[in-house]
Design a protein around this ligand. Structure first.
Ligand SMILES: Cc1cc2nc3c(=O)[nH]c(=O)nc-3n(C[C@H](O)[C@H](O)[C@H](O)COP(=O)(O)OP(=O)(O)OC[C@H]3O[C@@H](n4cnc5c(N)ncnc54)[C@H](O)[C@@H]3O)c2cc1C
Ligand SMILES: NC(=O)c1ccc[n+]([C@@H]2O[C@H](COP(=O)([O-])OP(=O)(O)OC[C@H]3O[C@@H](n4cnc5c(N)ncnc54)[C@H](OP(=O)(O)O)[C@@H]3O)[C@@H](O)[C@H]2O)c1
Ligand SMILES: Cc1cc2nc3c(=O)[nH]c(=O)nc-3n(C[C@H](O)[C@H](O)[C@H](O)COP(=O)(O)O)c2cc1C
Length: 549
C-alpha cells in the first residue's frame, strides 16, 4: 500500500465547489489521510504525474466554461502534446457542480473526466453531477457519492491498525492559528491597508485601486429601481479592454455590519494578528496582508452578508455551549435537516450575520482561529464594461442595477457589491474601488462591413454601449440596438446618447417600454415587428447577433 495521501483540487467561481472540496478535506482527515485542498490553478501541475489519488471538484460557469481559478489548468490539460499514458499512476474521482437549466450542464466535470481517462487515469467512480435544480441542491448527489467514494478509498488505503475514523462529534483542529500581536507592535495602519503596487496588468491578487470619478443615478428618483452609471479613473493602471470585456470588482462589507459582527463575536477591531498554518504545506490565504487587523479582515475578507451554507452550521455546532442552539445547529448540518435549513436560510436569503444573531451563545464562543474556515471570503463581482477606451481613454464605466428586494424577513435584502458601489460618493474625498479586467465572452467583428444586431434589455445594454462607442470611434456603421425598459420617462438609460447617434445615422434603435401601455411590449416584440430588416441584415449582411440580459 502506498502513502495514504489525498489531493483535493477545485475549480470554483462562486464558492460552492470550494466549500464541497473543503468538506472532502475534512472527511479525509477524519480517515487519517494526509490531505491538501487547493484551487486547481494554485497547485503545481507538473506534480500531478506523481500524485496517487486526486479528487477534482469542479463547477461550470458562463456558457459551459471553467471557473477562473482553473483556467490555467484547463489550458495545460488540453495541450495536444500530453502523452496518452501520462496519468496512468493516478486514481481519481470527479465531482461536478452545475445547474441543469443551462444547456451545457456540468460540461466542465464531464469533459475533465473524459480527458483524465484519455491520459490514462483510473476513475474510482463515475463522474457525479450535482444539480442546483434539485430540491435538495447539489447535496442530493454529493452525499451518496461521497459515501461510495470513501468506501473505494478505504478499500485501497485501509485505516492503519489501531486507528478508527474520527467521530463527527469531534471538532478537527483549525487550519490556521491566529496570533494577536502586542497592542504596541510597530505597524502603522496605513502600511497595512496599502495594496501592493501592481506588477503587470491588475488581476485578482493585485487589483488596481481605481478612483471613482462619478456615480450618477440614471433612473428617475420616482422609479423603484436605482441604477448607477459609475466612472472610474484607470490612468496608469496598465488596464486595457475592448467591447465585451468585463471588470471584476472586489466589494466590502458596510461599517455597521462590521461593527455588529465584532460586537457579537467580542472581537476588538483594532487588534493586529498574524496567521500561522497548523499543518506544514498549507498555504496562507493569498489576499490577506500579514499582519492584519480584525477590522481589515471583517471589512474586506469575511463574507458576512452571504447566505450561510451547511458547512457553516456544522462547524458552528462544535462551539456551542448551549444545548438548544447546539441541537438546532446539528439539525441544520445533517442530511435530514436540509429542507429546514433551506427554509431558514436560502428561501428568505438570511445573511451569515443574521444567522449569528440567532445563535448568540454559540456566536460569542467562536474561537478566532476558526474564523477563516467558518466564513468564506468575499467574492469579486463581474460587471460588463459600458464604455470604450477609444471614446473615453483612461476611464472605465459600468451600469449597475442596485439589488434590493423583499423576502419574508422584515429587513429588505440588499446586494453587497451594488449597494456598496451605490454608496460611494467621490465628492467626499478620494474614494477608490479595487478592480481588474478580464476578457468577456462577447467578441465584436473586426470587419467594418459586418453589421451587428444587439439585444439588451435593462442593464443588459451595458456591453452594447461599449460596443457602439467603439464601433462609432472606428467608423463602423451597421449598429442596430433593441433596447427594453419599463418606462420611457424613468429608466431609458443613455437616452440622449442614443438619440444623437440615431440623428447622425450611426445607430438604428428600437425601443420597447414594457409598462407605458396596458399590454407588455418587450424587445422580442420589436424584433418580430422588424423581422424584415433583421432578416436582411442576417442573410445579406452576414450580421452578428448579440443578446445580454
Ligand atoms: C458576466 C457578468 C456581467 C455582469 N454585468 C452586470 C452589469 O453590467 N450590471 C449589473 O448591474 N450587474 C451585472 N452582473 C451582475 C453582477 O455581477 C452582480 O451579480 C450584481 O451586481 C449583484 O451583486 P451584489 O453583490 O450587489 O448582490 P449579492 O449580494 O451578490 O446578491 C445577489 C443575489 O441575491 C439574490 N437576488 C437578487 N435579486 C433577488 C430577488 N429579486 N429575489 C430573490 N433573490 C434575489 C440572487 O441570489 C443573487 O445572486 C453581471 C454578472 C456577470 C456574471
Ligand atoms: N451578460 C451581461 O453582460 C449583463 C450585463 C448587465 C446585466 N445583465 C443581466 O441583464 C438582466 C437585466 O436586468 P435589469 O434589472 O437591468 O432589467 P429590468 O430592469 O428588470 O428589465 C428590463 C426590461 O426587460 C423586461 N423584461 C422582463 N422580462 C422579460 C422577458 N422575459 N423578455 C423580454 N423582456 C423582459 C422588463 O419588463 P417588465 O419588468 O415590465 O416585465 C423591462 O422592461 C439581469 O438578469 C442582469 O443580470 C447581463
Ligand atoms: C453565471 C453563471 C453561469 C453558469 N453556467 C453554467 C453552465 O453553463 N452549466 C452548468 O451546468 N451550470 C452553470 N452554472 C451553475 C453553477 O455551475 C452552479 O451554481 C455551481 O454550484 C456553482 O459552483 P461555484 O459556486 O463553485 O462556482 C452557472 C452559474 C452561474 C452563476
Amino acid at each position: 500500500m502506498g502513502e495514504r495521501r489525498l489531493l483535493v483540487l477545485f475549480g470554483s467561481q462562486t464558492g460552492t465547489a470550494q466549500d464541497t472540496a473543503e468538506r472532502i478535506g475534512r472527511e479525509a482527515k477524519r480517515r487519517h489521510l494526509r490531505c491538501w485542498v487547493e484551487a486547481l490553478d494554485s497547485c503545481d501541475l507538473a506534480n500531478l504525474i506523481h500524485e496517487p489519488l486526486v479528487v477534482f471538484v469542479c463547477a461550470t460557469t458562463g456558457q459551459g466554461d471553467p471557473p477562473d481559478n482553473m483556467k490555467m489548468f484547463w489550458r495545460f490539460l488540453f495541450r495536444k502534446n500530453l502523452p496518452a499514458g501520462s496519468l496512468c499512476q493516478l486514481d481519481y474521482a470527479v465531482l461536478g457542480l452545475g445547474d441543469s437549466s443551462y444547456p451545457k450542464f456540468n460540461f466542465v466535470a464531464k469533459k475533465l473526466h473524459k480527458r483524465l481517462l484519455q491520459l490514462g487515469g483510473n476513475p474510482l467512480l463515475p463522474v457525479a453531477l450535482g444539480d442546483d435544480q434539485h430540491d435538495l441542491g447539489p447535496d442530493a448527489v454529493v452525499d451518496p457519492w461521497l459515501v461510495a467514494l470513501w468506501d473505494k478509498i478505504l478499500a485501497l488505503y485501509p485505516l492503519p491498525p489501531g486507528l478508527e475514523i474520527i467521530s463527527p462529534n469531534v471538532c478537527l483542529p483549525p487550519k490556521y492559528t491566529l496570533h494577536y500581536l502586542p497592542e504596541d507592535s510597530p505597524h502603522p495602519e496605513s502600511d497595512l491597508l496599502q495594496p501592493p503596487a501592481p506588477q503587470a496588468a491588475p488581476c485578482e491578487l493585485h487589483p488596481f485601486s481605481a478612483p471613482v470619478v462619478s456615480n450618477q443615478r440614471v433612473t428617475a428618483q420616482s422609479h423603484f429601481q436605482d441604477v448607477r452609471l459609475i466612472e472610474f479613473d484607470i490612468a496608469g493602471s496598465g488596464i486595457t479592454f475592448s467591447a465585451g470585456d468585463v471588470v471584476m470588482i472586489q466589494p466590502q462589507n458596510c461599517p455597521e455590519d462590521v461593527q455588529q459582527f465584532c460586537q457579537l463575536l467580542c472581537l476588538e477591531p483594532h487588534r493586529r494578528f498574524v496567521l500561522e498554518p497548523t499543518e506544514p504545506g498549507t498555504s496562507l490565504p493569498p489576499l490577506l496582508p500579514q499582519p492584519c487587523t480584525i477590522q481589515y479582515l471583517v471589512t474586506h475578507y469575511l463574507d458576512i452578508s452571504c447566505v450561510p451554507r451547511r458547512s457553516f452550521f456544522e462547524l458552528l455546532s462544535y462551539f456551542s455551549t448551549n444545548e438548544l442552539e447546539r441541537e438546532k445547529l446539528q439539525e441544520f448540518s445533517s442530511a435530514q435537516g436540509q429542507e429546514e435549513l433551506y427554509s431558514y436560510c436560502n428561501r428568505p436569503r438570511r445573511t451569515t450575520l443574521e444567522a449569528l444573531w440567532d445563535f448568540p451563545h454559540t456566536t460569542s464562543a467562536i474561537p478566532a482561529d476558526y474564523l477563516l474556515e467558518l466564513i468564506p471570503r468575499i467574492r469579486p463581482r463581474a460587471f460588463s464594461i459600458a464604455s470604450s477606451m477609444l471614446a473615453l481613454p483612461e476611464r472605465l464605466q459600468i451600469l449597475v442595477a442596485v439589488v434590493r428586494y423583499k423576502t419574508r424577513l422584515s429587513k429588505p435584502r440588499r446586494g453587497l457589491c451594488s449597494t456598496w458601489l451605490a454608496s460611494l460618493n467621490p465628492e467626499q474625498g478620494d474614494v477608490r474601488v479595487p478592480l481588474w479586467v478580464k476578457k468577456g465572452g462577447m467578441k465584436f467583428p473586426a470587419d467594418p462591413a459586418t453589421p451587428v444586431i444587439m439585444i439588451g434589455p435593462g442593464t443588459g445594454v451595458a456591453p452594447f454601449r461599449a460596443a457602439i462607442q467603439e464601433r462609432v470611434a472606428l467608423g463602423h456603421g451597421g449598429n442596430c440596438l433593441f433596447f427594453g425598459c419599463r418606462y420611457k420617462s424613468k429608466d431609458f438609460y443613455c437616452q440622449t446618447e442614443w438619440e444623437e447617434l440615431v440623428k447622425k445615422g450611426l445607430l438604428t434603435l428600437f425601443t420597447a417600454f414594457s409598462r407605458d401601455q396596458e399590454e407588455k411590449v418587450y424587445v422580442q416584440h420589436r424584433i418580430r415587428e422588424n423581422r424584415k430588416l433583421v432578416w436582411e441584415l442576417l442573410s445579406s449582411g452576414n450580421a452578428h447577433i448579440y443578446l445580454a440580459g
